[in-house]
Design a binder for this molecule. Structure first.
Ligand SMILES: Nc1ncnc2c1ncn2[C@@H]1O[C@H](COP(=O)(O)OP(=O)(O)O)[C@@H](O)[C@H]1O
Ligand SMILES: [Mg+2]
Length: 332
C-alpha cells in the first residue's frame, strides 16, 4: 500500500514527509534534509541514529516544540490526516498529552520537582478529560499500578526527588499514558538509567506496547533498545533515512553499509571506531552521508545519494549497492 493510500484508510498514525530542519546561522549544514518516516497504527517504529544526528529535533518538530534556533525548511507531519506543522498552537496543545503522549530521556524534563507525582499524573487527566478530583485520583492510582510503581497510595504523595530513577521513569510513562493517547513518542526512554533499571523499564515498555497495542515513535541511538521494542527501524544518517525495514530483517542482514557498521560495533557512542582507508574527500551537498567511511564508496556516491529503493518487498534502502543497474558493479 502506498503512503497516500495508508493515510487515506487511516492505517498510518504518523507520517513524516520530506522533513527539513536547519539551525539558524548554519544553513549550509541542515540537520534534517528530507526525512521520511511512517508509523503504522499499532506498530512501534524506531528512528535509530548517532548522537547529534537530529533525532530529538525531529521529535520536537512533531510536537511543535522546536527550540527558537531551529527552523523547519520543508515537509509535512501528518497525524491522523492533519499536518501538525500547520496547526495553530491552541489546537496543538489539545493534541499534546491527549492524543500524543511523551516520554523523554530525562524524567526532569517532564516532572515538576515541587508537585506530588500523583497530582502531576492527575493534572493531565483533569486538563484533557475534565475529570473531578476523586475520579482523577482513582485513575491515577490504577495507572501507577499499571506501570508497576510499588505501593501507589504512598508514592502518590512523593515528590519526584523522593523516588528512584526507575520509579520516576515509571511515573513519566504513567503521565504519557494517562489519557490513553493514540501515539506515544519516546525519546531515549531508558538512556539515563543504569543497566539493571534500563532492563526493567524495557520490560515494562515492551509489555505495555503489547497489551495496549500502542503506536509508538521510538527514538534511540541504541540498537539493543530498538531490537527489544520496535517492529520497524529507520536508520538516520546525514539527515535522511538511509535504511528502513523490519527490525529482525535489518538485524539479520543490514542492507546499507552504514547500518552494517552500526550493528558490527564499528560505531559506538555515536562515533566511528574503526579508521577506514578511504581518503576523505570534499563532497557535494547531495553526496552519500556515509561516503567518507564506506568501503564500497565510488565515484557516483560523491555526487548523489540514490533515491529510496525498495528491496525484498518491504525494505527501503538508499545506496548504490542496491540500485538495479549497479548491484554487481558495486561489489567489485
Ligand atoms: N538548542 C539548540 N541550539 C543549537 N543547536 C542545537 C540545538 N538543539 C540541537 N542542536 C543541534 O542540532 C543537531 C541535532 O541535535 P539533536 O536533535 O538533539 O540530536 P540527537 O537527539 O540525535 O542527539 C546537533 O548537532 C545539535 O548541535
Ligand atoms: Mg536526543
Amino acid at each position: 500500500m502506498s503512503t497516500a493510500d495508508a493515510q487515506r484508510t487511516g492505517k498510518t498514525m504518523l507520517s513524516i514527509r520530506d522533513l527539513g530542519i536547519e539551525i539558524s546561522g548554519d544553513a549550509s549544514h541542515p540537520v534534517l534534509k528530507g526525512l521520511n518516516l511512517d508509523i503504522p497504527r499499532g506498530q512501534t517504529v524506531a528512528l535509530l541514529g548517532e548522537s547529534g544526528s537530529g533525532k530529538t529535533l525531529a521529535a520536537y518538530a512533531v510536537l511543535n516544540l522546536l527550540p527558537q534556533v531551529a527552523r523547519v525548511t520543508s515537509g509535512e507531519i501528518l497525524f491522523q490526516q492533519t499536518d501538525l506543522l500547520q496547526l495553530p498552537a491552541k489546537k496543538m496543545s489539545h493534541i499534546l498529552g491527549n492524543q500524543i503522549g511523551m516520554v523523554y530521556q530525562e524524567p526532569s524534563t517532564s516532572l515538576n520537582p515541587l508537585m506530588q507525582v500523583g497530582k502531576q499524573i492527575g493534572e493531565t487527566l483533569r486538563l484533557h478529560k475534565s475529570l473531578g478530583r476523586r475520579a482523577a485520583r482513582e485513575q491515577v492510582l490504577s495507572l501507577m499500578e499499571l506501570v508497576g510503581v510499588p505501593d501507589p497510595r504512598r508514592r502518590y504523595r512523593n515528590l519526584p526527588h523522593q523516588l528512584s530513577g526507575g520509579v520516576r521513569q515509571r511515573v513519566v510513562i504513567a503521565m504519557a499514558l494517562a489519557c490513553r493517547p493514540d501515539l506515544i513518542l519516546a525519546d531515549e526512554p531508558t538512556s539515563a538509567l543504569d543497566a539493571t533499571v534500563q532492563a526493567q523499564i524495557l520490560d515494562l515498555l515492551s509489555r505495555l506496547i503489547q497489551d495496549l497495542r500502542m503506536s509508538v515513535f521510538l527514538i534511540s541511538h541504541d540498537m539493543g533498545v530498538v531490537a527489544a521494542l520496535a517492529d520497524r527501524v529507520a536508520v538516520l544518517k546525514g539527515g535522511i533515512v538511509v535504511e528502513n525495514g523490519d527490525v529482525r530483517d535489518v538485524l539479520k542482514d543490514p542492507a546499507h553499509p552504514y547500518t552494517a557498521a552500526m550493528l558490527s560495533g564499528d560505531i559506538q557512542g555515536g562515533k566511528m571506531q574503526v579508521a577506514t582507508s578511504i581518503t576523505q574527500t570534499e563532497s557535494a551537498p547531495d553526496a552519500c552521508p556515509f561516503l567518507n567511511d564506506c568501503r564500497w564508496a565510488r565515484k557516483e556516491c560523491r555526487t548523489a545519494t540514490p533515491e529510496e529503493t525498495i528491496i525484498d518487498g518491504n525494505r527501503m534502502v538508499r545506496c548504490f549497492l542496491h540500485t538495479q543497474t549497479s548491484v554487481t558493479e558495486g561489489m567489485e
